[in-house]
Design a protein around this ligand. Structure first.
Ligand code: WTA
Length: 650
């Protein structure tokens, strides 16, 4: 590792924190020793209609995997996110909405308003025949109506399935059919970075391929011309005029499904991850409060999209269950320019800021002046999620954005886990750039030998990461395919939840995620995290971003193929190629020496900013016929350029 310096939390951070080092140790030990007692106690942070008497009932036995938390309790999630706050903070802001265009007004939505809007939308859904257990697909921009729609579903017991608004009509159709949705909620258009996506047109196109009649509820966002189906389309604002602004919250069993969220696996079509009601909301709320050290009145901002799990747990459910103030941003970090994130932090006095490393790397490449012109003194904590963060981006985030004052929580988790599984806690742990550090309460990570499946004890070890026991926020099944659920997560390493990630426990016992196991490459018998090579490359002053994959190599088994995006103003040259090779050899060792370096003006990314390694691997393997679906790419033309300029293997 190029940098394992530790950063202790400041006295101020520790003094403010809900959990300090001693408390973490005590709570963690208690959570592992007696999960029933621990989660029995912490379940009480949620208001139950009928309190639970059972806490945990879990089997990880392959063939009989069954996960239940708080099973005999009943509750309603929207009541927990809204109604229970009305008396004490009805006039407090629940959601701050920042539109794409900074010239347009931001909105401050109070808990009372959130209640009225959610109830109206719930009543509209009911008028369309939606009831308990029915599925509703959301295909929406980052507008407050997305939160109203989620909460409206939970209010009447409907199961939402959000499809990221960047997905194509085909992907949308597959998801609408996959869960047999009765209604799709969308908007006429979605402004993002000054451009408009025609969402309703996409829905129209998608629904042609859906066999059953599907109502469409449309939010008027842009007022653009759209094609209309008279019998099945409904404007939300018109439908809402005729309904009551109150709607009773339905009593749900703890294990009733709350939502389905499709996510990609290493094989086959995306699977519908199912989260249920009671355990999920307990876990989302607790992790939101503890990881981000959230306190009453803090303005908290997670830059994710509600189309991803991060948006579910940490824009909507966690913050609102805690009575917090959550900021929703419609736009992108670089519009109108690369200072937008920081301008928003200044404007709304953001205390906790949570984003993805990829965004940080992109912004870092633009230079410090965009950060320095904003007043970021309101920031107390920074967070990252979604991929390993390289030490350079971490240091830039820490020093340039956080001014060296703010702890960084590097949160490792997955769509499947519902909430954070590993992260430093701001007042309890020193941080190390790139390390997810410590397990959250109740999480028992184990490092296994991937071949023998034996548990590797001790520190300074590396292997595949499994979790020994369940936690309340865990997914319960794959929608209508429990067999696939068991096979994906419980068959390779019997008795454990298999994360699909590789992991290192360092000499201090701290955890480092080394990337998906399928991204691990084996070069001349040496196992290597592609993330490590990337991190080394990005540490070079000329490199803005890098992606590394393996490719078949006659002698070494696998060779190292690097796609490198240079900083603005840097010129590619043979000399620089050589320099980067030497650099990586120096940073990691000769075994990590790049075999091929391709200059990449851009990397293929999903619209959520994730690099699509599958595509890079195929290009590196000269296997262009099998590139698969590139429709989810932010910019599909990037792929053509990479194919055209691919490196010759000879
Ligand atoms: C990766 C996102 C390193 C990991 C919440 C995981 C991370 C996958 C981190 C899940 C992190 C997520 N450090 N890697 N802090 N967070 N990952 O389902 O490989 O979109 O398995 O959930 O992202 O991605 P997903």
């Amino acid at each position: 590792m190029s940098d394992s310096k530790t950063y202790a939390p400041s006295a101020e951070t520790v003094a403010r924190a809900h959990v300090d080092a001693a408390k973490y140790d005590e709570m963690y030990a208690a959570s592992i020793k007696d999960p029933e007692a621990f989660w029995g106690e912490h379940g009480k942070r949620i208001d139950w209609i009928k309190p639970y008497t059972q806490v945990k009932d879990v089997s990880y036995d392959f063939g009989n995997v069954n996960i239940n938390w708080y099973a005999d309790g009943t509750l309603n999630v929207s009541a927990n996110c809204i109604d229970r706050h009305l008396e004490t903070r009805g006039d407090q802001t629940a959601i701050i909405w920042e539109p794409d265009n900074p010239e347009d007004d931001a909105q401050h939505i109070t808990y009372k308003q959130l209640h009225a809007e959610t109830c109206k939308m719930a009543n509209v859904l009911k008028s369309l025949g939606v009831g308990k257990g029915d599925r509703v697909v959301l295909y929406l921009p980052m507008i407050p109506e997305a939160a109203y729609a989620m909460l409206a579903c939970t209010r009447i017991g409907a199961i939402h399935s959000i499809v990221f608004a960047g997905f194509s009509p085909d992907a949308l159709a597959a998801r609408v059919s996959g869960c047999d949705a009765k209604v799709v909620i969308t908007a006429d258009g979605a402004p993002r970075g000054g451009r408009v996506t025609n969402l309703k047109d996409n829905v129209n196109q998608a629904l042609i391929n859906v066999m059953h009649d599907t109502h469409c509820l449309v939010v008027k966002r842009t007022g653009q011309q759209i094609a209309w189906r008279d019998d099945l389309d409904h404007w939300l604002h018109e439908a809402a005029e005729g309904v009551d602004a109150d709607c009773p919250a339905v009593e749900m069993a703890a294990e009733d499904p709350l939502f389905i969220l499709y996510t990609s696996g290493s094989t086959g079509q995306p699977k519908g991850v199912v989260h249920t009601t009671g355990g999920y909301i307990v876990y989302a709320a607790l992790t939101h409060e503890i990881t981000f050290d959230y306190h009453d009145g803090d303005v908290y901002w997670c830059t994710a999209d509600v189309g991803w799990v991060t948006g579910h747990s940490y824009i909507v459910y966690g913050p609102l269950a805690n009575g917090g103030i959550t900021l929703m941003f419609e736009g992108v970090p670089t519009y109108p320019d690369a200072s937008r994130f920081w301008q928003i932090c200044e404007k709304h006095k953001v205390a906790q800021f949570y984003t993805a490393p990829t965004a940080l790397r992109a912004l870092m490449g633009q230079g410090n002046s965009f950060v320095e012109k904003a007043d970021l003194s309101s920031l107390k904590l920074l967070g990252t999620v979604g991929e390993p963060i390289n030490p350079e981006a971490w240091n830039w985030y820490y020093n340039v954005v956080g001014g060296g004052r703010c702890p960084i929580v590097d949160t490792w988790w997955q769509t499947e886990t519902g909430g954070h599984l590993m992260t430093p806690l701001p007042g309890a742990h020193a941080t190390k750039p790139g390390s997810a550090m410590k397990p959250f309460f109740g999480i028992k990570p184990l490092v296994l030998d991937p071949t023998s499946a034996e548990v590797i004890e001790g520190n300074g070890v590396e292997g595949v990461l499994v979790i020994a026991d369940s936690w309340p926020g865990q997914m319960r099944t794959v929608w209508e395919d429990h067999e696939r659920f068991e096979k994906t997560y419980f068959s390779d390493y019997k008795g454990y939840y298999f994360t699909g990630d590789g992991c290192r426990r360092d000499e201090d016992g701290d955890y480092w995620i080394t990337g998906r196991v399928d991204d691990v490459i084996n070069v001349s018998g040496h196992r290597m995290g592609t993330a490590e090579v990337e991190s080394a490359l990005v540490a070079h002053a000329t490199v803005a971003e890098a992606a590394v994959v393996g490719y078949p190599h006659d002698i070494k088994g696998q060779g190292i193929y690097c796609y490198v995006t240079l900083m603005n103003g840097q010129e590619p040259s043979e000399e620089l190629r050589k320099e980067l090779r030497t650099w990586v050899r120096q940073e990691i060792g000769p075994i990590a020496s790049p075999d091929l370096i391709q200059w990449a003006p851009g990397l293929p990314k999903t619209r959520s900013g994730k690099i699509m390694r599958r595509i890079l691997r195929k290009i590196a393997e000269d296997d262009f016929g099998a590139l698969g679906d590139t429709s989810t790419l932010a910019d599909p033309s990037v792929v053509e350029d990479l194919i055209e300029n691919r490196m010759n293997k000879s």
